[in-house]
Structure formats: C-alpha cells, structure tokens
Design a protein around this ligand. Structure first.
Ligand SMILES: Cc1cc2nc3c(=O)[nH]c(=O)nc-3n(C[C@H](O)[C@H](O)[C@H](O)COP(=O)(O)O)c2cc1C
Length: 184
C-alpha cells in the first residue's frame, strides 16, 4: 500500500528576511521527509483547507506578530482550528541571557499569546532572530544589554529549529529525511 503524502503549508511573515529563511528551512526539511510542502508569505497564502497541516511563523515587532500573519490567522481561524497547526515567532527574547533575560525573554507577549490561543496550535516556539548593532540607538543598545542581550548579528539557533522540525515530523509520522537540507 502506498503511503499517504501529507500536504503541509508553511506560511510566514517577515520584515527583514530571517523568518523567511527559517520557514524555508522548515519547508525544505519536511519536503526531504516526503511531505508535499507549499511555502507562502501570509499576504499571498493559500487557503488552509487544501492542507493536512499548517505551520505559521512571524517576526516579532513591538511584542506582537506582524499584522499580515495576524490577519491570515484570524481570518482562517476555523479552518486552522480544524487541522494540526504549529506556530513559531522570531524575535530577541530567546537570545537574552542571565536571570532577567531568561525571565523576560521566555515570557510570551500578551498579543502573541492571544493569537496563539485563537488557533490552539500543537506547539508554539519562540526562536531567536537577527539583531544588527548598526543603526540601533544608544538607548536601545543600553536597554538590550540591561535585559540580557549579549550578542548582535545572526542569533538564530539552527539546532533548536532542527529539533522542533523533528518533533513536527514525528507527530505527522513522516519518515526519516533522505537528505538533510542546508540552512543559511
Ligand atoms: C521595528 C522592530 C521592532 C522589533 N520589536 C521586537 C520585539 O518587540 N520583540 C522582539 O523579541 N524582537 C523585536 N524585534 C527584533 C526582530 O523581531 C528580529 O530582529 C527578527 O529576527 C526579525 O525577523 P525578520 O528578519 O523576519 O523580519 C524588532 C525588530 C524591529 C526592526
């Protein structure tokens, strides 16, 4: 008997590209395990009813997901609730270190929690993104340091992202990857 190939949508919203690269890597990793994957930005995303599972991801701006992902999620709320959904965000929280950093960085901002609860995803993960020192004001840099920010640049934790993909793949009962895709 032939295995059923799950159709998975990976829908993202990005301002500067780091979320798109994570979404792309998630999509490529699931496709390498035999899933039929469609990657789309939230503004031009397909209807969730065409898919067996949906992965949603967005950059964090001002303690909320970007409006395009927020709009897509709310306007397809019922279809999303009817199928397995995973949600991720890309921001600075997970990159904060020290006791204060851990406390603040691991807290889920109110608006993100509200959106998460509208679709009750199987799991929600916050990943670290990108933060360039250049162009950031002295006051913003000072605040970042005080909150536990210790590094600038590409803060993405690819092993953490890969581990999350493995969990999703297991829940969807996908076979092992034929080839492991590369990430940026
Ligand atoms: C205008 C602006 C506001 C931001 N606000 C937050 C925030 O409230 N919380 C956070 O964790 N990160 C915040 N960030 C950091 C970004 O979410 C992070 O750099 C992320 O990697 C951006 O993803 P993207 O490259 O897909 O746009 C902000 C970045 C910008 C440019």
């Amino acid at each position: 008997m032939e295995a059923i190939v799950p159709r998975i949508a990976v829908i993202y919203s990005t301002a500067q590209g780091s979320t798109r690269e994570i979404a792309d890597f998630i999509g490529a990793s699931l496709a390498a395990r035999g899933a039929k994957v469609e990657l789309a930005d939230a503004e031009h995303a397909p209807d969730p009813t065409r898919f067996d599972a949906v992965i949603l991801g967005s950059a964090v701006h001002d303690r909320a997901l970007l409006p395009e992902l927020d709009d897509y999620t709310r306007s397809h709320r019922d279809e999303l609730r009817a199928r397995p959904v995973w949600l991720f965000s890309v921001g600075l929280g997970p990159a904060l270190v020290g006791p204060i950093g851990h406390l603040i960085g691991r807290a889920v901002p109110k608006r993100i929690a509200a959106l998460r609860d509208t679709v009750t995803p199987r799991d929600y993960r916050a990943f670290a993104g990108h933060y360039e020192r250049a162009g950031v004001s002295l006051s913003a840099r000072t605040l970042y340091r005080l909150l536990g920010g210790s590094r600038y640049g590409d803060l993405r934790d690819w092993p953490a992202i890969t581990a999350w993909i493995d969990i999703i793949a297991q829940e969807l009962k996908l076979p092992r990857a034929q080839a492991i895709p590369t990430h940026p």
